[in-house]
Design a binder for this molecule. Structure first.
Ligand SMILES: Cc1cc2nc3c(=O)[nH]c(=O)nc-3n(C[C@H](O)[C@H](O)[C@H](O)COP(=O)(O)OP(=O)(O)OC[C@H]3O[C@@H](n4cnc5c(N)ncnc54)[C@H](O)[C@@H]3O)c2cc1C
Length: 104
């Protein structure tokens, strides 16, 4: 069996490890920090990201957690609206939906 070492268990390293595992490679991930800690914020998932996560078979786990993005809004520090752009993709395929992954 082919073996691989992945250095770094961030989203890039873990996604690479899952793909290698799927194609039959024995993977070991090395991570410098002792554990994963939330930063206290959500993470915005763009369509190219959700597509890869769907391809990895994670769609049900993703959809149980994600909030679909309806709009992109930029505000100044005093709350004034600078830019609003609809981002809803309700009619597109499930794979291409952008969303925000909740921290909780
Ligand atoms: C505040 C903030 C908000 C963000 N928000 C978003 C967002 O909403 N949407 C989005 O798409 N992106 C967002 N990003 C960007 C996104 O987080 C990064 O692009 C992504 O995490 C990069 O992933 P990565 O796996 O390449 O690197 P990293 O996440 O940096 O992972 C690298 C890992 O390698 C480990 N490492 C390094 N050196 C070694 C070593 N020698 N041995 C072992 N382990 C090692 C590190 O500890 C780390 O865990 C945000 C970034 C920040 C900082």
């Amino acid at each position: 069996m082919t073996r691989a070492l992945v250095i770094g268990g961030g989203i890039g390293g873990l996604t690479t490890a899952l793909w290698l595992h799927r194609v039959g490679v024995e993977v070991t991930v090395f991570e410098a920090v002792p554990g994963v800690k939330p930063l206290g914020v959500g993470i915005n998932l763009l369509p190219h990201t959700t597509k890869v996560l769907h391809q990895l078979g994670l769609q049900n786990r993703l959809e149980a957690t994600v909030i679909l993005t309806r709009e992109l809004r930029y505000h100044s520090k005093d709350g004034k609206t600078i830019w609003v752009e609809p981002r809803a993709c309700w009619r597109c395929d499930r794979e291409s939906r952008a969303g925000a992954l909740r921290h909780d």
